[in-house]
Design a protein around this ligand. Structure first.
Ligand code: PEP
Ligand code: MG
Length: 770
């Protein structure tokens, strides 16, 4: 078994399943042998087999998924699910519980499958009423060839014997699959030419979305033919010319980025240009030329040195810088060879999927953005500059370590940036399935666009304010496009994280003023710097903390380094100049901290007055509720603040002592648990009593079911990332709050781990679109 969490079958048969053990198992096998030996096509025999298994094992459903090329599991036969789903429902390995069984090649037995984290709901199968599920891999020659599943309407624990029987039966089904009548053996053979076979690369999701297109392998490495120079002076001159032409090409990119209104990508490019002018780097190259190398060899040698010196370092910022220098090296070599950019723009296909070992932000922008569909990198992290730029351009990115050895130029590719998967030379039906998924996505987006102008009211007329969480200038167009009422959380740290030094007051003022300009009449809540923990500033010594989540972060840093916080507050006040300003302090753990932060703001207000600068037309100061200690200080906190916003991401981690960054603990506790709901209800009541506006800006506000629960508890302002607006608005417009409140009254004091299932059933019974 993969983990005890996934299993709910014991050594006995506590619920009395009616499945009669050894004798029944032998009878089932005998009948299966009859079917196998009988007449009919492979498909007909498989149809008979699933019917037989369901009947003999007393299951409501028996389904068989068979592995197709590109490691996709296709529903081939079912008894109990909708027949129309046969050959239409496909799951990737790793997707859903069936995909999990195939991925881990292990059985799974669950008494409540819909509550399993891997559960993937497929409406076309009609599997809604089935709660318990047991599935086993169909194995042949050490390979997973499919998955066999039984399901029951009731929540029941499967006995070990039942799972063993299913495993035995799967061996028989494996024989049928191996006969090659169901799927052409060549389709899944691994003995053919791997360069021509479909493949799936499992990697890391770095930017979401789906894309299809043809592989363009980003600039194969240049080979340096001549190492030793004949004329050192001439080489120095060639180097100088190449450097100038590279600088002007970067300036052109910067101008283009500014023209396209790309905020952070422009900042990133500026940092990058700074590297291009790095004296140490340039003088080391010149030194190497003076030693007798050609310009190309000198550039390469300095890069080899840099790589050797920096590669053992694990600091993510330094590793990103290494990639920037690699990018510059390649770029400089291109200019030395007279080719300029690495993107051969003339001969590229219309739908480009770029494949690269690593890539700098400038290199990505070399490609025609109208043709760029997706990016696959062998190296990199979601926080890398190229990923930030790709997200801004809405391009899915997957990091897959073997990409370059498995992908040939102009191979057909599918990039699934949501699940971190790359499909190489996918079979036609897989391409069709993805085309359908992409069409469904755009239909949904169309639907969300249609309700954009509709009022944000529940079915029984409660107004819900939908606000956005933003962190880059590039997010601001969403404010208009989504119809959100304002920005409930502007995370100011992102621009600090992509720079190589702390931005001065002038730079910050410009940035904040631009955000306010872009937001126009819509309010923006600026959260002061929330760095530390996992958000490391490159220019600030991080110190080695054993528990960074409990460490020196957010307002704690601001209070220990008041000049940092004061500079940010000064910039915000100056940017507002005659406009309303809302400021929010993160990670407040005690009222005294809020008071101390507010005092710094007062000092800056005085300074503004002394300098005779225009103050904001209205100043609102709020706190985030993320640390549970604040829950016991509400009577003294609430009269001091203008608004309160719940940071449920951190509040959940601190409430349950479960690190949000640790995959083992991040989802262990559910925000839809009685404990969390009690906390939230208490906050709603206290804020209503004190007449303090309350909102929530953690991730749960953007998940339709969680947002439904929040509305049920009494929240009326939800702040979320832009893609969540459509789904949440669709949900709330179909919700009757009065009925939900009544239903939820019984959920606060139950002993359940989570009330998610109960809330999901409520939504289903009451037609709430989640
Ligand atoms: C939160 O903690 O819920 C929150 C919104 O802040 P962040 O995710 O930026 O820590
Ligand atoms: Mg937080």
């Amino acid at each position: 078994m993969s983990s005890t969490l996934d299993t709910a079958y014991g050594s006995s048969d506590p619920n009395g399943t009616g499945y009669g053990g050894g004798a029944s198992s032998r009878r089932l096998l005998a009948r299966l042998r009859d079917v196998m030996a009988g007449s009919g096509s492979g498909q007909e025999r498989l149809d008979k087999i699933v019917t037989l298994i369901a009947a003999e094992m007393g299951a409501d459903v028996c389904s068989c998924y068979v592995m197709r090329a590109g490691e996709v599991l296709e529903l081939f036969a079912t008894e109990g699910l909708n027949k129309s789903a046969v050959h239409n429902t496909r799951l990737r390995v790793g997707e859903g519980i069936v995909g999990d069984i195939a991925g881990q090649a292990r059985p799974i037995a669950l008494d409540n499958a819909p509550s399993h984290p891997s559960f993937a709901y497929r409406p076309e199968t009609g599997e809604d009423p089935f709660f318990s599920l047991a599935g086993v891999p169909i194995l042949r020659g050490g390979k997973v060839r499919g998955v066999l599943v039984i399901q029951h309407k009731d929540r029941r624990r499967f006995s070990e014997e039942e799972v063993e029987t299913l495993q035995t039966v799967a061996m028989v089904v494996a024989e049928l699959v191996a006969q090659g009548e169901l799927v052409n053996p060549q389709e899944v053979s691994s003995t053919g030419d791997p360069a021509l076979l479909p493949a799936r690369l499992s990697g890391t999701a770095m930017s979401g979305g789906l894309a299809m297109g043809l592989a363009v392998v980003h600039r194969p490495q240049l080979t340096i033919r001549q190492m030793v120079a004949e004329d050192t002076e001439a080489e120095l001159e060639r180097f100088g010319t190449a450097l100038t032409s590279m600088h002007s090409a970067i300036d052109d990119l910067l101008a283009a980025a500014a023209l396209a209104g790309l905020g952070e990508p422009k900042d990133i490019l500026e940092t990058y240009r700074m590297f291009a002018e790095d004296r140490g780097w340039l003088s080391r190259i010149r030194e190497a030329i003076r030693m007798g190398l050609t310009a190309e060899a000198a550039v390469q040698q300095v890069q080899n040195d840099t790589r050797a010196r920096m590669s053992h370092l694990t600091d993510p910022y330094i590793r990103e810088r290494l990639l920037d220098f690699e990018d510059l090296t390649n770029r400089l070599l291109m200019h030395l060879s007279g080719k300029g950019s690495g993107a051969d723009l003339g001969t590229l296909p219309d739908d480009i999927i770029l494949v690269a070992r690593s890539m700098g932000p400038a290199e990505l922008l070399d490609y025609d953005q109208r043709r760029l569909r997706g990016l696959i990198l062998e190296e990199g992290s979601p926080a890398s500059h190229v990923c930030i730029v790709a997200r801004a351009l809405n391009i899915p990115v997957v990091q897959a370590s073997e990409a370059l050895s498995r992908i040939e130029p102009l191979d057909q590719l599918i990039v699934d940036g949501d699940h971190g998967q790359v499909y190489v030379r996918p079979a036609e039906d897989i391409q069709m399935a993805f085309a359908d998924a992409m069409a469904l996505r755009s239909r949904k987006e169309q639907m969300y666009a249609e309700i954009r102008g509709q009022p944000s009211l529940t079915r029984d007329g409660a107004p819900i304010s939908i606000q956005l969480n933003c962190g880059m200038i590039l997010d601001l167009p969403h404010l208009k496009a989504s119809g959100a009422e304002g920005i409930g959380l502007y995370r100011t740290e992102i621009p600090f994280m992509v720079r190589s030094s702390y931005p001065d007051v002038h730079t910050q003022t410009d940035l904040y003023a631009r955000i306010m300009d872009e937001a126009g009449d819509k309010p923006v809540v600026f959260r002061t710097l929330d760095v530390g923990g996992d958000k490391v500033l490159p220019y600030m010594a991080a110190g080695n903390e054993e528990n960074p989540a409990l460490g020196w972060r957010a307002v704690r840093i601001g209070l220990d380094h008041p000049s940092l916080l004061r500079q940010q507050l000064r910039s915000l006040l100056r940017a507002a100049a005659g406009r309303p300003l809302s400021v929010m302090f993160p990670m407040i753990a005690e009222v005294a901290e809020f008071d101390a932060a507010r005092r710094l703001l007062e000092l800056e207000l005085k300074r503004l007055e002394t300098q005779e600068l225009e103050p904001p037309s209205r100043l609102r100061v709020g706190a985030m509720l993320e640390v549970p200690s604040l829950l016991w200080q509400l009577p003294s906190l609430l009269p001091r603040i203008d608004f309160l916003s719940v940071g449920s991401n951190d509040l959940t981690q601190y409430l349950f002592a479960a690190d949000r960054g640790n995959p083992r603990t991040a989802t262990r506790y559910d925000p839809l648990s009685p404990a969390m709901l009690c906390v939230l209800r208490r906050l709603v009541d206290a804020c209503a009593h004190a007449k303090v506006p309350l909102s929530i800006c953690g991730e749960m506000a953007g998940r339709p079911l969680d947002a439904m629960a929040l509305i049920g508890v009494g929240f009326r302002t939800l702040s979320m990332s832009p893609p969540s607006v459509g789904p949440v608005k669709t949900m709330l417009r179909s919700l009757d709050v009065a009925a939900l409140r009544e239903y939820m009254a019984g959920l606060f004091n139950v002993g359940d781990h989570s009330v998610r299932d109960k809330l999901r059933s409520f939504a289903k019974d009451h037609g709430v679109q989640i």
